[in-house]
Structures are given as C-alpha cells and as structure tokens.
Design a protein around this ligand. Structure first.
Ligand code: FES
Length: 365
C-alpha cells in the first residue's frame, strides 16, 4: 500500500534570499480537509530525480494555517540535491507530488507565551508558530533568530512588519554569527532566563538546538514547555509501493551499516506474541489480539485496515509518533525522538516491535 499522495499545483515561488525559496501550493477545495495543518507541521514533497526517480524530502510549512495558505520554505544546502533542484528549477504552474501535513512540533495552546529559537532555515516552522500565536493567540512572543550573515536572514521584512504591528507582544532578537560568533550555551541561557514561564520551541542546526536545549534544561524548563524540531532527509520513498520502500530501505541499510549502528537498538529476538493491541486514533478505538511482531506495528495496523499516520517509514520524521499508555515496544531505528520524548512514552509506530504481551497506544497526544 502506498502512502496516499496528491499532485498539487505550484501557485508561486518566492525568492526569500539568494539561497531560499518559498513554494506556495494550490490546494483544491476537495483536499482542504486532507491538507488541514497546525503551525509547525511539515509537508513531504517528491522531487524528480533522474537517478532514483524521485527524492522525498520533508519541508516545514512557513505559512500560518488560518491564512488558508500552504507555503513551505526551502533553503539550499551544499550538495543537497532536492533543495537545489527546488531553488533552481521550480516555478509557478509546475506540479509536485505531496503528502498531507504531519509532525509533532506544534503548540497545544496558541494563547501561551512563546520563547522561540530559530537558526537559519529553522525559522520556517517557527514563523508559522509565531504568526499563528500573534494573529490568533493572546500571549507574548519572543524570537531569538541566529544567522550566519544579514543576507541569510529569511523573513527579515515580514518579521519587522509583525514587530511593528504587535509591538506590545512581539520581540525579535537577531544574532549574526559573522559579527558575534556562535551563541554559547551561557549566552542562550542568559537570554532565556528572562522568559522561564514561556513555552519554548527550537529549530535549527543540531549544535544550536543542543546548546539551546541544554540551556533550557539548566533553567528548569519542564519537558512539556520545551519542543525541538530536527531536520532530516529521507532515505526511502514514502510515495512508492511499500515493497519498493522496504527493498530500498534494505539496500540503504546494507550499504550504510556504519551510520545506522549508532541509532539502531541492538537486535533482540522478536517477541513471540501474540500481543493484544489497543489503539486510540481520531476518536476511534481498535482492538486486536494477534500482533506476532513479524512486522512493525505500523504494517500490522495497516493490514487490519487502520488508517494510521506515517510519512517516512524510517524513524526519521515522527509523523507516526504515538503515546504508549500500557506495555512497551522496541524501536528498530530512531533519529527523531530524544531521551525526554522516549521518557514520556512517545514511540515511533513505523519502527515498533513488540516486547510486552499487551500494548495500549494513543495517537491523540
Ligand atoms: Fe517517519 Fe515513522 S513515519 S518516523
């Protein structure tokens, strides 16, 4: 079974900086429900590739849901095939295959006070959250935005306009690495120390996110007010047939053992089962008593006709994340959940194998 993807028209391609483009999709009225999103979520896009047929990439939505717009923002990365293809080739009137929005980097309450940290193109989901909080919420919003140079600042003008419009609620601090050096954990902590009651969202390069997260932990930000988004590129193809995806993943795994070692739990014998599985999804309850663990939980649920969410199928995007309420699973691979997420019981259904006789999970957050 293939992930259901949709061909969308590109309405506009906007040059944000020399190296970043925003892509606005036309979503027809019959797909509005399917493409409804919350601020901070991403779209998975199929970029044509001569070598592999297509390259699947996740790009965060930079628009706010209430605007009715579906806009992703893409920054070139050195040797990044898909981002360069988008920046060089894509134009209004083209079409792209796209998967519906997913992701868990989203605020639960838009009326909260927000402390936002963005680094480089990490501004993309943060912009969506900031816009939504300002235009639909009532709290204060503070943004610490780090970039290499001034010319790399994406959404500089839009942020200035928002600061003017919401002068009593929105503060932006720009940090230029070319002038100030990389922000240290201490500097980030000092900044955050003025806003310890706020809800923090962090998106940017890994060392930056680590420094911010450490600083927030040091200040005692509780887990429920500390969110981070990781950028990953998908190795497989969520647009294709599952057989193709699994074959491609196997090839990748075989070719790339060294890298995978770090993130993959050591092999354990599969639980002989059968496991009793209860699932809460979109207000519905499902019960099964015959998961034998020959396949991952996502495939088991699909075989039972459950429309469980997923995107990458590789433990890289968190679109399939669930909360384990009872029992436990073992993850074959995980590049997206951190220790805190795991400690809270969040698991990736696309990577889950059984370890307990009973399992109860919820997708309802
Ligand atoms: Fe991407 Fe499971 S579908 S992590």
């Amino acid at each position: 079974m293939a992930t259901e993807s949709f061909v969308l028209n590109v309405a506009e391609v906007i040059e944000e900086t020399a190296d970043a483009r925003s892509v606005v999709f036309e979503v027809p009225s019959e797909l509005q429900q399917t493409f409804a999103y919350t601020p901070g979520q991403f779209l998975t896009v199929a970029v044509p590739s001569e070598q592999t047929g297509l390259a699947a990439r996740c790009y965060s939505l930079s628009s706010a849901p209430h605007s009715g717009r579906h806009q992703i923002t893409v920054k070139r990365t050195v040797d990044g095939y898909a981002s360069n293809w988008i920046c060089d080739n894509l134009k209004a009137g083209d079409t792209l295959r796209v998967l519906p929005p997913s992701g868990i980097f989203t605020p639960k309450d838009v009326d909260a006070d927000f402390l936002l940290f963005a680094g480089g193109s990490g501004i993309t989901p943060v912009m969506s959250i900031a816009r939504t909080a300002l235009e639909k919420g009532t709290g204060k919003v503070v943004l610490f935005y780090a970039n290499e140079h001034e010319s790399a600042v994406i959404f500089g003008r839009q942020l200035a306009e928002l600061v003017e419009e919401y002068a009593d609620r929105f503060t932006v601090v720009h940090w230029l690495v070319s002038l100030q050096g990389l922000p240290s954990e201490k500097q980030l902590g000092l900044f955050a120390s003025y806003f310890t009651s706020y809800t923090a969202f962090v998106c940017g390069p890994a060392p930056y996110m680590k420094a911010v997260t450490n600083a927030l932990k040091e200040l005692g930000f509780p887990r429920e007010r500390r969110h981070q988004e990781k950028f990953v590129s998908l190795g497989g193809n969520p647009f294709g047939d599952v057989e193709e995806v699994l074959a491609a993943q196997k090839e990748l795994a075989d070719a790339d053992d060294a890298d995978d070692e770090q993130d993959t739990q050591p092999a354990e014998p599969a639980f002989a089962g059968p496991v009793a599985v209860e699932v809460e999804l979109d207000g519905q309850q499902y019960s099964f008593d015959d998961w034998r663990g020959e396949e991952v939980l996502l495939e088991f649920l699909e075989s039972k006709g459950v429309d469980a969410p997923f995107s990458c199928r590789e433990g890289q995007c968190s679109a399939c994340a669930c909360l384990v309420l009872e029992g436990e699973v073992r993850l074959l691979h995980n590049e997206v959940l951190d220790e805190d997420d795991l400690g809270e019981g969040i698991r990736l259904v696309c990577q889950a194998k059984p370890v307990s006789e009973k399992l109860r999970i919820s997708y309802n957050g």
